[in-house]
Structures are given as C-alpha cells and as structure tokens.
Design a binder for this molecule. Structure first.
Ligand SMILES: Cc1cc2nc3c(=O)[nH]c(=O)nc-3n(C[C@H](O)[C@H](O)[C@H](O)COP(=O)(O)OP(=O)(O)OC[C@H]3O[C@@H](n4cnc5c(N)ncnc54)[C@H](O)[C@@H]3O)c2cc1C
Length: 347
C-alpha cells in the first residue's frame, strides 16, 4: 500500500485564504487613499470600491470553479475538501491505496477522408508494458469524424499539438493510425488531460464517521480513466446508497450509522474494478504502488482464462460480465473453472 503525497491540508488552505483576504483588504484600503484626494471618501466612492472588489472575487471564484472542473488534479478533486474538513475536526483519516500511473492523454477529432480504408471501424493500439507506455484509440463519431485519443505513461508525454500528434502516431508499433490521420483534416483544438494516480480512500475501515456526512464516486475512489470504470462504479454506488437508505427508512434514526454501512457496500463494489485495473497498470514496471502479493500468479491465471474464453463461449460470456462489472471477480474462484484454467496453464 502506498501513500499519495500530502494534499494541501486544512492549515495550508486556511493560511492561503487568510493571506489572500488580508492582501485584498490592504489593496482596498490603499485604493481608498488613492481615490480620496480626487473623489473624496463618500458612500458612493466606498460603494464603488467595494463593488469592484466583490466583482473581482466573484469572477475569481467562478474561474476557479471552471478550472477545477476542467483540470481535476488530485489537489482539486472532490473529496479533498472533505478530507480537510475531517482533518480540521480532528477525525481519523482514511488509509489510502494508490496506483501511480502518471498518465497523460490527448484527444483530437478528424474528418474521415473520402479515401479512408473501410476494412475496419475502430482501432485500439495497446501499449507494450515492457517497451513503451504509448497507446491510442480511434473510433468513429457522428458527422463522419474520428475521435482519436493518444495516451502515454510515466516519462513519455501525450502530444500537445497537431504536429506532435502525428509524430506520436508515427512512433507507434504499427503504422495504421498514422496512415489513417496523416492527410485527415483536424477539427478544433487538441485537448489534454493528466492523471497521476488511481486512489482508493478506505473510508470503510474507519471506526466512526461524522453523522450526516457521506462521500460517493470519485471522492471515495478514482480510477485510471483508460479503463472506463468510474461512471459505472459511481452509478452502482448510487444504487447501493438507495438500497441502504431504503433498509433504514423505518428505523428511528435512519442516518445513524448510515455512512459506515454505505462505505462497506461501496468498498465491495470497488473491489472488482480496482483489482481489474491494477493488473494492467502494474504490468508497467514504472507504475508506483504496491503490487498485489500474488501478482505473477494472477497474470498467469488471467492469460490462461483469456485463452479458455477464446474457445468456450460460456467462459467468454463470464469474462465479459466481469469486465462490464455485472459480476464480481470472485466468480473466477469457482472450483470447476479454476480446474479448467489450471489445465489450460499447463498446456
Ligand atoms: C478525462 C476522463 C475520462 C473518463 N472516462 C471515463 C470513461 O470512459 N468511462 C467511465 O466510466 N468513467 C470515466 N471517467 C471517470 C468518471 O468521469 C468519473 O469516475 C465519474 O464522473 C465520477 O462521478 P462523481 O459523481 O464521483 O464525480 P463527478 O462526475 O466529477 O461529479 C462531481 C460534481 O461535483 C461538482 N462539484 C465539485 N465541487 C463542488 C462544490 N464545492 N459545490 C458544488 N458542486 C461541486 C463538480 O462540478 C461535478 O459536477 C473519466 C474521467 C475523466 C476525468
């Protein structure tokens, strides 16, 4: 288990708010002195001054909100404020498990050229864990367009402009993506996103939790977005919360113990997607964090299971159901399945 670097704590945030407030008041008083010789210090002058300052604050808060939505770094992510609130209340903080993937990715949209190959509809270029963390995904969009996402990990960076995007595509192990987009017309600007680490905050292990407060979705656990799990998990947690609330509706105090009960359910939901993402993420040697103790064995099992699924439609259906979070990974512990997978490993 690895700890993520400390997020700005309650004290640091408090000091920052205090200093910026003090600086602003200082500027306001200085401005009143600058205005006084020419305009006096009537109610109108002070009213205008305060209006300008408050408008500036409002714009700043709005811009900060937009920025935090657009660049949800760990320090801006939902949940950090709750952690800070818990810290300032002196409450026990949850332990954390993290998987440091250092992912960056860039997304571009292209018009599909008239002479584009029609042999395929979409393209997945998987990174080679031991070689390069570069990967790409291209899918058709409405309006005869392709959406292309190029991702890189650790020391490699996703491209920031059109030329870099093409150069990135050219360095992939196969030329398919580069061939497809080299003469295609790009649409709009390239959007980039950075994701340092998946983070699971173990609220389910806390002995107590403030009454009336609850976290859900990314605030409990955020997943490497390349695996496409976060929205499903958030939705499953919302359904679990509904169940837990319904079970408690007739109790005298339904909120009493609600959070621990919900966190236990949420942790059970998170277990499968977290473990599924951990395996491909930890295959990259530079991924930070503690590999599961049975990592090598899990990989061997996964490889044999994939081979078996290619031959047996029922196993294929089962692996798809687990991958789409319809069933938990524990279904792989079925003794008959384990026996078949073991036989496959020995082939
Ligand atoms: C680039 C990217 C790609 C992704 N791709 C996928 C994918 O393909 N498939 C998938 O399943 N998941 C994907 N995810 C993950 C998924 O988006 C999240 O896991 C999911 O949205 C989490 O839901 P949530 O409700 O916890 O948080 P969010 O969807 O982030 O919702 C939190 C909301 O709270 C608001 N908010 C924050 N602070 C405040 C405040 N102080 N006051 C009021 N409102 C506030 C925010 O504006 C936001 O609207 C991706 C994530 C990213 C960043």
């Amino acid at each position: 288990m690895s700890r993520r670097p400390e997020a700005p704590g309650a004290v640091a945030l408090g000091v920052a708010v205090f200093l910026s407030g003090a600086a602003l008041l200082g500027i306001e008083i200085v401005a009143s002195r600058v205005l006084a010789p020419s305009f006096g210090s009537s109610l109108y002058v002070w009213g205008s001054l305060i209006g300008v300052v408050l408008s500036g604050l409002a714009i700043g808060y709005w811009a900060g909100g937009v920025l935090s939505d657009r660049f949800p770094t760990p320090y801006l992510l939902t949940g950090t404020l709750t952690l800070d609130a818990l810290k300032s209340m002196g409450a026990t903080l949850p332990g954390e498990t993290s998987i440091g993937v250092d992912l960056t990715y860039a997304t571009a949209v292209y018009d599909i050229p008239d002479d584009a190959s029609r042999d395929w509809l979409g393209l997945f270029h998987f990174p080679s864990a031991r070689g390069s963390g570069r990967g790409a995904l291209m899918l058709p969009l409405e309006g005869n367009k392709w959406i292309v996402t190029a991702g890189a990990r650790h020391d490699e960076q996703a491209p920031a402009d059109e030329a870099a995007f093409l150069a990135f595509a050219k360095q992939l192990r196969t030329p398919t993506l580069h061939n497809a987009i080299q003469h295609a017309k790009p649409h709009g600007r390239i959007l980039r996103y950075g994701f340092p680490e998946s983070l699971f905050r173990h609220y389910e292990r806390l002995p107590d939790f403030p009454r009336g407060l609850l976290l859900i979705g990314d605030a409990i656990c955020r997943f490497n977005p390349v695996h496409g799990q976060g929205m499903s998990v958030a939705a499953m947690e919302a359904a679990a919360l509904r169940r837990v609330l319904a079970q408690r509706a007739t109790e005298r105090d339904p909120l009493d113990g609600l959070a621990p009960a919900f966190f236990t359910e949420a942790a059970a939901i998170i277990e499968t997607p977290w473990a599924m993402a951990a395996i491909p993420d930890f295959l990259h040697p530079k991924t930070r964090g503690e590999r599961p103790p049975n990592f090598a064995q899990t990989i061997r099992f996964g490889l044999a299971l994939t081979k078996l699924a290619a031959r047996d439609p029922a196993v294929h259906k089962l692996t798809s159901e687990v991958a789409h979070l319809l069933k938990p990974r524990s279904v792989y512990l079925d003794p008959e399945l384990v026996q078949r997978v073991t036989a496959q490993t020995n082939e």
